[in-house]
Write a protein that binds this ligand. Sequence first.
Ligand code: AMP
Length: 541
Amino acid sequence: MLGQMQNWPLLVSKFLEHAEINHPRREIVSMLPEGGQFRYTYADHAVRARKCAQALERLGIGFSDRVATLAWNTHRHMELWFGAAGMGAVCHTVNPRLFPEQLVYIMNHAEDRILCLDVTFVPLIEKLASELKTIEHYVIMVGRDHMPETSLPNVLSYEDLIDAESGDYRWPTFDENTACGLCYTSGTTGNPKGVLYSHRSNFLHTLLALQGDTLSITSKSVILPVVPMFHANAWGIPYAAAGAGAKLVFNGPHHDPETLHKLIMEEGITVTAAVPTVWMGMLKYLEATGKDMGKLKTVTIGGSAVPRVMIDTFQRNYGVRVNHAWGMTETSPLGSLGSENGAVENLSEKEKLDIQCKQGRSVLGVEMTIMDDDGNVLPRDGKSSGHLMVRGPWVIDTYYKADKNATDADGWFDTGDVACIDEYGYMQITDRAKDVIKSGGEWISSIDLENAAVAHPKVAEAAVIGVYHPKWDERPLMVIVTEKGESVSTEEMHAFLEDKVAKWWLPDDVVTVEEIPHTATGKISKKSLRDQFTDYKLPTY
Ligand code: AMP
């Protein structure tokens, strides 16, 4: 017997309808790539998103056609999210930090029909346009006054495009399993792979993002999602903000601590989210200027492991709680978050900090387990580490256009991360499977070493890779960037790490570089580092 409740398809246009009806005067503020700031309300936003859908239809976009965006976090980008997906097309958020050949690959692979781009990216796309096989129109996301001289063919101004529409449009109803958004993983090896979200998966993910234990978003929140909309849907924040009726503030092309801080203070930001590198810069800025964080209460940090010193400094010096999160493009992306559960709330401050360094508890809707190489489930004892496997309704089943699915027979997706899970359910990533350092048959966690090293006051950033060693197979090499004018010897680093990690984990060498390479999503690029140090001879031979 089936239930007899209404079968309401879970479509993302519902978030916008909800915001328009229930929170019409709540603001959306946006820094503009062409300069200046823009401010309007969810009511205005909803009208422009409908005009956007009408304009896309006029350009011939139909059901399930791909509309690409190459854009910073702005109100226009969000209009396109809702406009394209709401009408039944697919919004393909392209990460501008990918290599040019990857950009060409993914837009051709996705068969994008329209590319909507910020004015910032016009020179980049002019160089690639002749290779983009399927793009019929280039929509530059500015008004006519700011349209640049360009060699791009079939160019339109976004503002002109939507100004020509009435906004008199009803969001269509269709199957909730329809594709909604497309995002490619940055892919450290081979070509990037497409993750095709459905309306249903995004809707359910949004309900999760609005749980009390996750991103701390309520209707009273003022949110600055620094995490880009092209990186795993800005962790779902724009949808969640509309769903809650929270005020949204977009930083546009600006990622410098000074501009972010100005927005935090002027707009009264209470919640924000980004990868650790953004906050590393912010903490330095705060220390140098003596400024505080105003009304900011919670910062969600993920994408890479959050160093203990970062959590401690945010909480102790600025009264901002750090919410350590883990996820992937393939998991929409929220998989686990680090809010306190009842079992840990009475622990000592030090023990709580230990737990916050972990990547959090799996959320309702994401099942998580760890397995050894033979697929045996390992105990949740906080020590046994193995392959982190996940499954759930917003976890990938099959990569876009792949001929076989990405899961095992039981539906588990292998994340490529190595982790352990403790008795309270907190998961801790020890490494990416391919970054783990295998020394004499034992594993050394590069993440643990890096996190311990960045607590050194003279160290700005640290990365650890395994380098060939004739006796041990691999031994750790630590690569650091020091604070300006400082230097740190291997001996000094050993002395600093001695009481923080096992003795046999101490790096065989510490090398100082000007800059550590990063990937398109702000992670340390271990692959580039390994290439750079491929013939490196450790002094411990
Ligand atoms: P992406 O798809 O670009 O978001 O990358 C996902 C990967 O980032 C995961 O598989 C992890 O390796 C890494 N990652 C995400 N969050 C964390 C975290 N909090 N700590 C350590 N690694 C993380």
